[in-house]
Each structure stands twice: as C-alpha cells, then as structure tokens.
Design a protein around this ligand. Structure first.
Ligand code: GLU
Length: 448
C-alpha cells in the first residue's frame, strides 16, 4: 500500500471536547506511526451552525494539544465537487427528489417509532405522480434528494470491530442534497475520502451505520473502496452515558484554562479503550512507537477528569526545561533557568505552581522558626564554600556532630526556616539556589 493518509473531520459548530480530541489523537498517532499524513477536514456544509470562530478555535485547540496536520480543507470550498457527484448519482438513477417538509418527516418518524418499526424512510417520494410533483413545485416546495440504497449486503472488515455486515433493507435512504441545494456531510465525506486519497477512515462507532451507507455511495460513484475503516468505541461519563459536545467542562479550551497540560490529556486519551496502561508521558513522540489500532477493544471506556488531573504533575515532572521555557516566560518567570526548573519540577502539580517556588527562592519571605536556638547554631555552621550540591551534606554532618540531632529533628526546622513550607524540593538542590546570604538570614529569623 502507498502512503497512509487519514483525516480528522470536525464540524466547526462548536469547540472540541475530550471525545473529539481523542479521535484527532488516534488519527494523528496512526499517521505518525506509519510515516503518513493527517488531513484536517472542516465539515462546514451546515452553513447555519458552522462559524469561522469555531473553525479557528478548533485549530487552536489542536495546535495546543500538539496535533499538527499536513493539510487542511474546508468542505465549503469544495461544493462544486459535491454537486458533480450528486449529478453523477442522478444520472445513475440513484438520487431521487423528495418533497416532504420537516414536519411531515417528523410525523413519519413518530409513526414508525409508535409502530415499533425501524426508522427507515418509506420511499413515498418514489411513488409521487407527475401531477403531485407539479403541484408541490407550484406551491413553491423545493426538493431535497435522497440516495437510493441498494437492497444488498454491505460488508467490511473493521480494523477494530472485526467483520461488519449491513442489510440494505435495514438502512434508510439518506438525504444527500438539502432543499437549498447544499450537500450533506454523508455525500461530502464520501467525495472527499475518495478525491483526497484517504486510506484509513478512523472515527467513532456512532458512524458504523454511516459506513455501510457511505460504502454504497462509493460504489455507486464508481470509486475504489479499498479504504480501511476503524470505528473506536466512544468515551462515556462515569454513569456510562455519552459525552455530549455541550458538556463545556470537557472542552479542551476549559481544561487548558484550568492549567492542565496537553500531555496529561494526551497520555490518558492515547490509552483509554486499549489494553495498554495509562502512564504519564511528557512527549507525544513517545506515544507513537507502541501505537496500534488493533489494541483498541470493544468496551466503552469511562472518562474520569480526575485521572487527567492526577497525571498532570507526573507529566510536568518529566518535562525538560526547553519544553516549558516559553510558558515560564509567559508566567513572568523569564529569569528561571534549567537548574532552577530541574530543582523544582518534581514539586509541581500545575505549571503555575512554579511561581510560588520562584517567589520562595527569589523574594523576601518570613521564615517559620520552630527552634530559634537550634537554627542560630545551624546558621553558624554553614560552610562558606564550596556553595554547591555538596554543601548540604557537609553542613548537615557538621550540625549532626555538634547537636546530636538526626532525621526529621535535624532537617525539618531547617526546611521551615529556609522555605516556610513543610514540603518542597530537596534542600540539597535548593540551598545553592537560595544562596548563602539569604539562607543564613532566614535561619536567623530575618525576613529575607
Ligand atoms: N464531521 C463528522 C463528525 O464530526 C465527521 C465524521 C467522519 O469522520 O466521517 O461526526
């Protein structure tokens, strides 16, 4: 097979949430794993609900997640292609005009549900006489157009779900062209997947029946259908319900505003629903090697936001300075260097916790004095040089020898005086960062 080409196809009718982001990540990882390409396709044929602001917002969310794309197309730029496809289907007798209003269709759906039947369009439009059609046209009704499903079996071997088979008679003829002449997603997606050279369609299981319908459209258009399909199970909330796009708290935008790391999100989303353990990974590249669609199972994975919050610290702890430098500058920490970052990162649960450690080390602080005499004695034992990572060892051995203290009794008063906190980075690394003058002043109880 040639180069792998996948697509992530959000509709710009809202920002993306964790469910969509998972689809984007899975496609991205599959592309990278096979040295292929990712197409970002903006499914904006619904002109009323799609906005430019959402399109830009989605791109911003993806960039922030680190999920770059090789190419981007908008369906609204390709309308002529969809019209040509619709014409071809009309010519082949596979697209027929329908005149039902939305209310009439709604009523039919109610009747089908009440009658216990499957919701398959009854093809009433195929039985309209020329006179009825002329009457509708005279009323000013414009037709929408449905694809005539062939009553045959449509089968494919789904990379995740295994062999799939749909009977045509169980599928409803889908609307491919709306009354205003615009194409629907169902048609546009088939045309794009064919013309843009997509090799793998990887999407949520809510599209499984669509795949059966779309395979029929590919065939009716005479397009080669050697595309591989993979449908992953959708995330559910703790109660086992579908995540809805409207759940604002799960939007990438809001998780970012909460101060969560993109990699904490990616670490979880790459593994949810697979047999592989979730682990904190600080770099997307490290998720590529072991990625395999075949590792996704059929059970619906539950999403727990707390899991992302728990991963956040460990992800930060593994981040090199270069990966966070710009963001530290944005937090006003432009003077922070690699040594400082490496000393404090294991104590962060969110990046902006770095501000507190910067202030502790670089601004005046009121020390917490637990045992003033002991601290004054410790201050007098501070070595003058060298002032480096060995200082702590030299100093505490001297304190131990002079006072007989050890363990917590020895170091906790020092930590409280030096940082005014019970927990924090190793004193061995903090001491050189604090500097001798500041350390000595704090041990003597001075605000320094
Ligand atoms: N715009 C569609 C959606 O968001 C894309 C589905 C597909 O991947 O074909 O559901």
């Amino acid at each position: 097979m040639g180069m792998v080409k996948v697509r992530f196809a959000p509709s710009p009718t809202g920002r993306i949430h964790l469910g969509n982001a998972r689809g984007a990540l899975i496609n991205w990882l599959h592309a990278r794993r096979h040295q292929g390409q990712l197409l970002l396709r903006l499914d904006d044929t619904d002109r009323e609900r799609s906005t430019e602001a959402f399109a830009l917002g989605i791109q911003d969310d993806l960039r922030w997640l680190g999920l770059g794309w090789d190419d981007c197309v908008r369906q609204s730029d390709r309308l002529a292609r969809y019209e040509a496809a619709a014409d071809a289907l009309r010519g082949a007798g596979r697209l027929y005009p329908c005149y039902e209003s939305e209310e009439e269709l709604q009523l039919k759906r109610f009747q089908m549900v009440a009658g216990g039947g499957v919701q398959v369009y009854d093809r009433a439009a195929l039985r309209l006489s020329d006179r009825q059609i002329r009457a509708f046209e005279a009323e000013g009704r414009r037709p929408h157009w449905r694809f005539l499903i062939a009553y045959e079996e449509t089968a494919w071997n789904d990379t995740i779900r295994g062999p799939q088979m749909f009977q045509g008679s169980k599928l409803s003829d889908p609307v491919l062209v709306r009354a205003d002449g615009s194409p629907t997603y169902t048609l546009a997606s088939v045309v794009d997947d064919t013309e843009l050279g997509i090799t793998h369609v990887i999407r949520g299981e809510d599209h499984v029946a669509n795949t059966a319908v779309q395979l029929q459209i590919f065939k009716a258009l005479g397009a080669a259908t050697d595309i591989a399909f993979a449908h992953f199970t959708l995330l559910t909330d703790a109660g086992g319900h579908n995540l809805s796009k409207r759940l604002g708290s799960l939007s990438i935008e809001s998780l970012r505003a909460e101060g969560l790391e993109a990699m904490a999100i990616n670490s979880l989303l790459a593994r949810l629903g697979t047999s592989d353990p979730v682990e904190p990974v600080a770099d997307l590249e490290r998720l590529i090697a072991g990625f395999d669609l075949e590792r996704f199972g059929r059970a619906a994975p539950k999403l727990d936001l707390e899991e992302i919050r728990r991963l956040n610290g460990p992800v930060l702890h593994a981040m090199p300075f270069a990966a966070v430098r710009e963001r530290l500058v944005a937090l006003g920490l432009d003077a922070m260097d690699d040594g400082f970052w490496t000393a404090i990162r294991a104590n962060l649960s969110r990046l902006d916790d770095a501000c507190a450690w910067w202030a502790i080390c670089r601004s005046a602080l009121v020390p917490l004095i637990e045992d003033a005499d002991y601290l004054v004695q410790a201050a007098s034992l501070l070595p003058s040089s060298p002032w480096d990572e060995t200082t702590w060892g030299t100093w505490t051995r001297a304190i131990g020898a002079a006072t007989g203290r050890k363990g917590r009794a020895l170091f906790m008063p020092l930590r409280l005086a030096l940082t005014a906190r019970e927990h924090g980075p190793e004193l061995k690394t903090l001491l050189p960062i604090l500097g001798r003058d500041r350390a000595e002043a704090r041990l003597r109880g001075e605000t320094a």
